[in-house]
Design a protein around this ligand. Sequence first.
Ligand code: ZN
Length: 141
Amino acid sequence: MIKYNLKCENNHEFESWFSDSNEFDKLNKKKLLECIYCSSNKIRKSIMAPMVSGKQLKQENSLNLLDKKLSNEKKQLLKIREHIEKNFEFVGDKLSQKVREVYYDKRTKKSIYGTATPEEREELAEEGIDLLSVPWVDKDN
Ligand SMILES: [Zn+2]
């Protein structure tokens, strides 16, 4: 099971569980997902996207590999989560702003994570800043 943070067109945020990332896409395409507050079915994922600075690119690449190879393995996802929580600073929904600070400040070695909307992610990609998004699994389940 994977928990996603979801957002509707009116910016209501809520969480929902899916068996895997495909299930979300399938249900959303069929408009079977709706906002728990306003019943809108224009739902998108609010991405939990850790970002590492250039100096730790090696770490990013290994995370990336792990992410692709074992994308739906909960145990592995938990490991990734723990790794991120231990080594990254949480910046919440200020991610896109903080990412730029880290990216343009050559001295900083900070690794940060937080949430970004698909739009913010696109803007960053246009600036050459890639975010790695990680399905965020719950520890207690
Ligand atoms: Zn809503």
